[in-house]
Ligand binder design. Structure first.
Ligand code: ATP
Ligand code: MG
Length: 631
């Protein structure tokens, strides 16, 4: 076995040899002629001339050896159902869905918008699209009509697949009225709407346009729809970024590069074997759902678990009971979910046998050390942070334990992954920082490796202008995150490039202040923003969720805790970082994907208009802040 350092070096110095080898992890109908065409930077074409199919690699390929092995287990603690599909059954269901979509007029290259809860039919729809060469565009089921309408307009789908309702906390959330409203709002109209009826909410069906999945499925029970062999560069899907920093970007992904990248990540990063079980708690509306609920695990021949429900219902042990029952080997979640669990007793995590777990991978936001330590103590399994973006499709920074076992360092997502030529760029002069422990913008020298975005959907110019900068002679992709790399190659993400505050000339990362505050025993979660100040330019302001708020009965009690928190920041970081105020709230404003909406928080704290809030989860969160700061 090579050392990871050698493996990484080869991926950069002998790029094509490296990826030619990875390409053998998947099935090709026609093998690629050229590994990487980077003749028109920053647009990279991977595995040119090759033809393949994502659905073939996820399902058909496994029929020979594991037809009766469970491929997909859809668990809902909302409807108290568990449905398991073997690879053979999944193959049949996906062909039925593919035949139905074809009967509704969907052809290769067409878009199909999927607006669905976490049910098996959502997976069928995604796999059916790529089977016939149509592009899916999954829109998170929690979005309301405005967000949905803008995505319908951008994707211009021929068909939309949806369901009568989702369910959250035991209450059904009807989708159809929102969908009808969104279609009415959108300039583009789909020709067909396919509805899955779960029996959760009544639906008004519009004749001629709306169709019932169960009825059409019954007409195609024996459907045999072969995989459409597509060019490696044929787009497989489009997906929007989370909208944390502004208008979401429509990420377009290819087919061959993505299939190879996922197959390689299952082997090298997750050290996964066919027959094992993967449980990612994300949603199919996000990139983690695409790469690690649906495609990655299936490509690897694993059983994948899809979960509809909360992490705390019926109780905070529910995920770990699933791990025990299904002998989950790989679990993937987000720091935001761990912080939810952290508000409950750690004993919930110890009620079940989780010894089958190789590790818990966490991504999506900075994983602060206290949270990492808490979950590590509670579960006694390795916790592996991984850093990436919707744009990249698979981890940029983490540990490749399938290549060489590496030690986790809490607070760091780890090392640059093979294929990513990661650089730190000095923002003041645009030059590369090469010495260790210097703070810079995390960037990737082109070409981006396989699996990353091809472009912004229908907007090459936005792709080039948003992400790419040239440093003498080279084109560099910016992640818009700050980072630092230590002498051993471990990286630390310090926050987004717009999350730096400037207090009387001192530049401070909001993340450092948040880490310091969250190490206080009674703080579950905290957000720090810079607020304009006439004297100091900016001051830090903190909004914290206490672990136990029962003692915060009056102003005196709140002031006491505020004082403790300030003192802690003083002693850990210095008085300059001390927040001007620490406000206590019950919930922080977050995107639907669980990311802190710092720009909205900052705007409200500065008594400004918070701007586009379509991706926000709970409006109560901002109202609390408004009430506290008096705007
Ligand atoms: P938008 O680009 O629309 O503003 P977004 O950046 O939140 O939204 P995503 O692609 O879902 O959309 O999130 C990627 C970002 O999440 C990264 O750029 C980084 O800021 C943050 N992130 C993801 N994983 C980690 C991690 N492990 N540690 C620190 N930050 C992370
Ligand atoms: Mg982003």
């Amino acid at each position: 076995m090579p050392s990871y350092a050698d493996f990484y070096r080869q991926s950069i110095d002998q790029r094509d040899t490296f990826w030619a080898e990875q390409a053998q992890l998947i099935d090709w109908q026609t093998p690629p002629r050229q590994i990487c065409d980077y003749s028109n930077p920053p647009f990279a074409k991977w595995f040119v001339g090759g033809t393949t199919n994502l659905c073939h690699n996820a399902i058909d390929r496994h029929l020979k050896d594991r037809a009766s092995q469970p491929a997909l287990v859809a668990i809902s603690t909302e409807t108290d159902t568990e449905r398991s599909y073997s690879f053979a059954e999944l193959h049949a269901e996906v062909q039925r869905m593919a035949a139905v979509l074809q009967s509704l007029g969907v052809k290769k290259g067409d878009r199909v918008l999927i607006y669905m809860p976490m049910i098996a039919e959502a997976a069928f729809a995604m796999l059916a699209c790529v089977r016939i060469g149509a592009l899916h565009s999954v829109v998170f089921g929690g979005f309301a009509s405005g967000s949905l309408a803008s995505r319908i307009e951008d994707a211009e789908p021929v068909a939309i697949v949806s369901a009568d309702a989702g369910s959250r906390g035991g209450k059904s959330v009807p989708y159809k009225p929102l969908l009808d409203e969104a279609i009415a709002l959108s300039k583009h109209k789909p020709t067909a709407v396919l509805m899955v009826d779960r029996g959760l909410a009544p639906m008004a069906m519009r004749a001629g346009r709306d169709h019932d999945w169960a009825a059409l499925r019954a007409q195609h029970l024996n459907a045999a729809v072969p995989c459409e062999w597509v060019e490696s560069t044929h787009p497989s899907y489009t997906l929007y970024t989370s909208g944390t920093t502004g208008k979401p970007k429509g990420v377009q992904r290819d087919t061959g590069g993505y299939t190879v990248a996922l197959a390689a990540s299952m082997k090298h990063i997750f050290d996964a074997q066919a027959g094992q079980t993967y449980f990612a708690t994300s949603d199919i509306g996000w990139v983690v759902g695409h790469s690690y609920i649906i495609y990655g695990p299936l490509i690897a021949g694993m059983t994948t678990i899809m979960y509809e429900g909360l992490p705390t219902r019926p109780d905070a042990g529910v995920w770990w009971s699933i791990v025990e029952k299904y002998k989950v080997t790989h679990m993937f979640s987000a720091p935001t979910a761990v912080r939810v669990l952290k508000k409950h007793d750690a004993s919930w995590l110890q009620k079940y046998d989780v010894s089958t777990l190789k590790a818990l991978w966490l991504a999506g936001e900075p994983l602060d050390e206290p949270t990492a330590q808490w979950i590590s103590d509670a579960l006694s399994v390795p916790i592996i942070d991984n850093y990436w973006q919707t744009e990249t499709g698979w981890p940029i920074l983490t540990l490749a334990n399938g290549v060489e076992q590496q030690t986790t360092r809490f607070g760091s997502p780890g090392k640059a992954m093979y294929g990513y030529n990661v650089k730190l760029i000095d923002e003041s002069n645009g030059e590369e920082l090469t010495a260790p422990n210097q703070k810079g913008v995390v960037a990737i020298e082109g070409p981006l490796p396989p699996g990353c975005m091809q472009t912004v959907w229908r907007d090459d110019e936005r792709f080039v202008n948003t992400y790419w900068k040239s440093i003498p002679g080279r084109l560099i992709y910016s992640t818009f995150d700050w980072g630092i790399r230590d002498a051993d190659g471990y990286h630390f993400i310090l926050g987004r490039t717009d999350d730096v505050i400037n207090v009387a000339g001192h530049r401070l990362g909001t993340r450092e202040i948040e880490e310091s505050i969250s190490s206080h025993p009674n703080i579950a979660e905290v957000a720090v923003v810079g607020v304009a100040d006439s004297l100091k330019g900016q001051v830090a302001m903190a909004f914290a969720v206490p672990r136990d708020a029962s003692g915060l009965v009056d102003d005196a009690a709140r002031l006491k805790l505020e004082g403790e928190v300030m003192k802690q920041v003083d002693s850990q970081l210095g008085a300059v970082a001390r927040p001007a105020r620490v406000y206590f709230v019950t919930v922080l404003p977050k995107t639907r994907s669980g990311k802190l909406l710092r720009r909205a928080l900052q705007a409200v704290a500065e008594r400004r208009d918070p701007g586009d809030l379509t991706t926000m989860d709970d409006p109560v969160a901002l109202q609390q802040v408004k009430d506290l700061v008096g705007s």
